[in-house]
Structures are given as structure tokens and as C-alpha cells.
Design a protein around this ligand. Sequence first.
Ligand code: MN
Length: 198
Amino acid sequence: MINQKYPYELPDLAYPYDALEPYIDVETMHIHHDKHFKTYIDNLNKALQPYPGLQRLALDEILRDPEMLPEKDKVNIMRNAGGVYNHSLYFDNIAPTDSNYPSGKLLSDINRTFGSYEQFQKMFSENAAGVFGSGWTFLVRDKNGDLQIFNAPNQQTPPEFELTPVITFDVWEHAYYLKYKNVRADYIKNLWNVVKFE
Ligand code: MN
């Protein structure tokens, strides 16, 4: 997860751009990480430029407390801070891995909350397929540590709702359109092959 303050910089991808083939194609990875993610970084820096007080805060401190933001730039700051936060999480959360299956306490919590891992996967996939327009689906923990599936439209984030993310799927069209065209459900199905539980 991004651990930076202003001015934000695009983090390197932690693995080669073609490492998630054939599930996520190399061209999508380049455009998504180097263009879309970078645009949120650049726009967040621009949005925070007039506000030295906000520049000193961590990203999730900004997201948790939108009421403190200057009214005229609130939407712009939240949108871009959300884009940076969500993409940072996403590119950490997908990776070439031997274990795209939860273990330990997370697995037992999933089993207890959703019945089984397969039930959880089905429910999460249905949520992700059902996001209307652009947005995200998260597995989160609430204040009590309980698991839930959480859909966020556009660039809303878990911290705004006092939730802590565990995994996320980006279901904006730019995340899958080159390879999967309009078939979001196939992208979601394939993402399970590269999701990394920690
Ligand atoms: Mn995206």
C-alpha cells in the first residue's frame, strides 16, 4: 500500500508487466499503471498544491476526514486521492503468486462469515459484476474486525466508511476492456487466478 505524502510519485510495479498474462495482458497493465494510475497521482499533486496543511497528511488521513477539506476543492481532492489509494491497493493486490488462496485467520473468518471460500468467491464476483458503471469491489474489515463485501462507485474508498481493505477488484472498463471488451464477468473470473491474499 502506498506510504507516501505529497508530492506523490508513481510507485514501480513490483513485478514485470507481462507477469499476469494471460489473465491480464501486458498492454492493459502498461496503460492502466503508467497512464491511468499516473494521472491520478499527477492530479492529486495539482489538487493539493495550494494546501500545505493537507500536504503534510498521509493519504488515508485525507480520505478518512473529507469534512476538513476546503469546500471548493473537496470533490476534486477526494476523487484523485481515492484514485491513488485504490490503484495503489489494486496493483499490490494482484501479483504472480503461488498462493492465490487465503490462509490462517483470514480463511477461517471467510469460512465463518460466508460459509466457505467458494461461497465468498461467488458472492464477491456477483457484487463486482453488479457494480453499475465504474467502481470497485472490496473485501473489507469493519471497526470490529468483521468481514464484509463492499462496493464503491467511482473512486470512493474504504477509509471514508471506516473500513479496512483486504482485497480489491477494479471494475472500471479501463481495467479490462482491451482484452475482455464488454465481458466484465470473464475478467472477474480470471482475476481470481492472480489475486494475492496476505
Ligand atoms: Mn483503474
